[in-house]
Design a protein around this ligand. Structure first.
Ligand SMILES: Cc1cc2nc3c(=O)[nH]c(=O)nc-3n(C[C@H](O)[C@H](O)[C@H](O)COP(=O)(O)OP(=O)(O)OC[C@H]3O[C@@H](n4cnc5c(N)ncnc54)[C@H](O)[C@@H]3O)c2cc1C
Length: 278
């Protein structure tokens, strides 16, 4: 874990109310793992704000491992801190701490990975996809309220933008609540179609999505389907971000855990969902 002052190399609104920011942070870029996060200081606020590492690369674009010197994070303007962040300009510096937490793990025998993103939960899953796509078959389900809130993979290719393109061979399944793109509904509606295919499932999204998945996991155990080894990233409000305070303690079947230090990634079945009030 390093605390560094990093220069912003780009900051652009890539979807309505959602920004992609690249910063030069080679110490973090070369060691960050998918599912880990950074915290940053928003000037005027006491608590640092946490953001998942969205991509690593070089000079604002994804690059081969040898050249990784930059990280990107994708953030939704949710309140005062993220509003401040959205207004930052190229060349300004940010106080960044990271990489933090325990990220996603891929078991050596796993071949088929199912990634399930709810809204801005796509942020860490793009990094996981970037990391795993050369060795694994990946299906990504991205659910959003409407088409404009889906990660614009096609734009990434057309404009050679700083967004991550969809890696070759990845199956992308968009789902929208208003039916403006892909199937109408929620990501969890089509998840059962892939349960027998996937060796491992990775999810990032709102807690309600996880609660729906936990119910599905329970039901699946009583049928032939199996919600196999599912890891979820819990993006809750946190205090220090590195386990020094008790701001993000959660009760699990393995005892009390700090989401920031022991997570944010946990096994879906380890969380006692009835007790989660986030
Ligand atoms: C490990 C981790 C990774 C995260 N990664 C991302 C990411 O990649 N992209 C992204 O956009 N956001 C991410 N978040 C959420 C992000 O940290 C919050 O949205 C941000 O801190 C809000 O700051 P603010 O000052 O703008 O909002 P505030 O003024 O503090 O709050 C505004 C609103 O946002 C809600 N809010 C605040 N913090 C969170 C939170 N942690 N989760 C959900 N809602 C929150 C509040 O309840 C309130 O309704 C992550 C959170 C965690 C814990």
């Amino acid at each position: 874990m390093k605390q560094i002052l990093c220069s912003i190399t780009s900051n652009a609104e890539v979807m309505p109310g959602i920004h992609l920011m690249w910063i030069e942070a080679s110490d973090i870029a070369c060691s960050a793992q998918p599912g880990q996060f950074i915290t940053l200081r928003c000037v005027g606020f006491t608590l640092r704000r946490p953001f998942s590492v969205h991509q690593v690369g070089s000079n604002n674009v994804i690059a081969s491992e040898a050249k990784q010197s930059h990280i990107a994070f994708l953030f939704k303007v949710a309140g005062k801190g993220t509003l401040w962040l959205s207004q930052r300009q190229t060349g300004e510096r940010l106080d960044i701490l990271g990489p933090l937490g325990e990220g996603f793990t891929i078991e050596p025998k796993s071949k088929h990975l199912l990634l399930v993103a709810g809204g801005i939960g796509i942020a860490p899953l793009v990094f996981l996809m970037q990391y795993a796509s050369s060795q694994h078959q990946i299906t990504l389900i991205h659910g959003a309220s409407t088409a404009a809130q889906l990660y614009p993979f096609s734009l990434a290719v057309k404009k050679r933008s700083k967004l991550s393109p969809l890696p070759k061979g990845v199956q992308f399944i968009p789902v929208t609540e208003d039916g403006s793109m892909g199937q109408k509904g929620r990501a969890t509606d089509i998840l059962p179609d892939f349960l027998n295919w996937a060796d491992q499932v990775y999810a990032c999204g709102p807690v309600d999505m996880y609660k729906a998945m936990a119910k599905m996991s329970l039901r699946a155990k009583q049928s032939n389907l199996k919600l196999r080894k599912c890891q979820v990233s819990l993006e809750v409000r946190m205090g220090c971000g590195f386990g020094a305070c008790y701001g993000c303690t959660i009760n699990t079947k393995k005892g009390l855990k700090h989401i920031c230090r022991d997570g944010p990634v946990f096994e879906l079945d380890d969380i006692i969902w009835q007790e989660v009030r986030i």
